[in-house]
Design a protein around this ligand. Structure first.
Ligand code: MV4
Length: 493
């Protein structure tokens, strides 16, 4: 394997090419007309324009990408995340052309791409799962009976869904039939597959995911967890490793279960096994992502492992370069995603010209980005402009370092989510580690962004908490009302 095509754009394309270069290999970029001046295009050893800006005419065009591979004698394709990265048919097509797909088999991707087939695949491994149905609901009375047994509220989920799409909360039996029909219709129109199933609704979960690496020699190693509970509308905003709540025992147990999930589908490469963790620290398997994830850097920072390098080694047929007993958690890492969105205006995308763009640097700071000052942020893709990652000796130092790095980051011309990220870093619930997936709904209001902080961050955090105690929404309703009034104005200084 000498030449690798990166079938992606932006920060992840650049990130992957850096490891390719370190390994002494050649990189090929494919890009759309909107990305012709992007850093990843300049960084690549060769670059080919494959079409107009729309993803459907460029980054999703498997035929054009394979054509480039043939023309340039490419040996392997790294798909990054998003786009074609979890498309089993693409992986199959790549293999048919004698090119190595840097990722798991198409079969593993297919099994894990469907939640019910994933549950079925792990059945003999004794993986903890949320009580509910393990087959698609077809019989309404039978489903109601199961719902009653697991207890309301329940969740209806689409088997083909992901990232919260097609999820419906049902709080009582009276709503069941209507909600189920809506869920099925939604699943059919969104995924072309109406299969839905039931789970007990876990009211205050934390999102914990285990990074795993597997080679083609039967070695499967969990590389600790990431906590990604701070999300907004199913979009992760802050991720960290390790989680502030796992004990060494729980970490070991979840790691072993994650490795079993990988084993159940003969997994090869980098993958992530997602779990929900409830208030009593019970964990439940949700799904497996068969790709490198956006938030992989926090795992790299605490483990010292270059996950992309390992992906490439494994795809070349080598065994993993480390064993479980070689791994130790070194300090703490936090990542914030910097989006071109305005947190003062309901997080509306705010794309445009990056008039000023200067990244923070210094001890323990890593920025994975794909833009330069003077560039236009294209409207065609995800509005994430960078990932800011910090590493410290412990969580407290990582938080301090993140606040320092956010303050150093200079971006003008567009609004970004950086002020929101700083709000989270200073919030008592985040600092204390006592938070769940409802953090943003429970604690955030745009008014909080323009507060001038007094001496002590704790003092402000205490004020925030006090104000919000009686404003907390019904815990299991994902309601969001940016216009609701706040008592903050009264005490604002
Ligand atoms: C759940 C849940 C509560 N109970 N399942 C959302 C995305 C998908 N990966 C799974 N999700 C959830 N599944 C049961 N049985 C709550 C969520 C959920 C969530 C999970 C992780 C991170 C953020 C979330 C935000 C809302 C809901």
């Amino acid at each position: 394997m000498k030449k690798i095509l990166v079938a992606n754009r932006g920060e992840i394309a650049l990130r992957v090419m850096r490891s390719i270069r370190e390994m002494g290999l050649q990189s090929v970029a494919v890009y759309s007309e909107a990305d012709k001046n992007a850093p990843f295009v300049k960084y690549a050893d060769e670059a080919v324009c494959i079409g107009p800006p729309a993803s459907s005419e460029s980054y999703l065009r498997a035929d054009k990408i394979i054509q480039v591979c043939n023309n340039l004698n490419v040996d392997a394709i790294h798909p990054g995340y998003g786009f074609l990265s979890e498309n089993a048919n693409f992986a199959r097509l790549v293999a048919q052309h004698g090119i190595t797909f840097i990722g798991p088999s198409p079969e593993a991707m297919e099994i894990m791409g469907d939640k019910l087939s994933a549950k079925a695949a792990v059945k003999s491994y004794n993986i903890p799962m949320v009580p509910g149905t393990d087959e698609a609901i077809t019989d309404i009375p039978a489903a109601k009976k199961i719902a009653k047994e697991v207890g309301y509220p329940i969740l209806i989920k689409a088997s083909a869904g992901g990232g919260g799409k097609g999820m419906r909360i049902v709080s009582s039996e009276e709503e069941f039939e209507e909600q189920m029909k809506l869920a099925i219709n939604e699943a059919v129109s969104a995924f072309g597959n109406g299969a839905v199933f039931i789970e007990r609704y876990v009211g205050s979960p934390r999102h914990i995911e285990i990074q795993i690496m597997a080679d083609s020699h039967g070695n499967i190693v969990p590389i600790f967890e990431r906590e990604c509970s701070i999300q907004r509308r199913h979009q992760k905003v802050i991720e960290e490793a390790p989680s502030s709540v796992l004990t060494p025992e729980l970490r070991k147990e979840m790691g072993e279960k994650a490795a079993d999930v990988a084993r159940a589908c003969d997994y090869v490469g980098a993958g992530t096994v997602e779990f929900l963790l409830d208030e009593n620290l019970n964990f439940y398997f949700l799904e497996m992502n068969t790709r490198l994830q956006v938030e992989h850097p926090v795992t790299e920072m605490i483990s010292g492992i270059d996950l992309v390098r390992e992906q490439i080694l494994v795809a070349q047929g080598h065994p993993l370069s480390f064993k479980q007993e070689d791994l130790h958690i070194n300090g703490h890492a936090i990542e914030v995603r910097v989006y071109a969105e305005d947190p003062r205006n309901n997080f509306l995308p705010d794309i445009g010209l990056l008039k000023t763009y200067r990244q923070p640097i210094g001890l323990g700071v890593r920025v994975d980005d794909g833009f330069e000052e003077g560039m236009q942020i294209p409207i065609y893709y995800d509005p994430m402009i960078s990932k800011l990652i910090v590493h410290g000796k412990d969580r407290e130092q990582a938080i301090e370092r993140m606040i320092r790095a956010i303050d150093e980051y200079r971006i003008t011309g567009i609004e970004t989510t950086l002020p929101f990220c700083k709000f989270v870093m200073r919030h008592d619930a985040f600092v204390s580690g006592k938070f769940d997936t409802h953090f943003v709904n429970n604690y955030f209001k745009p008014e909080f962004l323009d507060v001038e902080l007094p001496e002590s961050a704790q003092e402000v955090a205490a004020i925030f908490s006090a104000i919000l105690v009686d404003e907390q929404k019904n815990k299991y309703k994902e309601t969001e009302n940016p216009n609701s009034s706040s008592t903050w104005k009264v005490v604002r200084r």
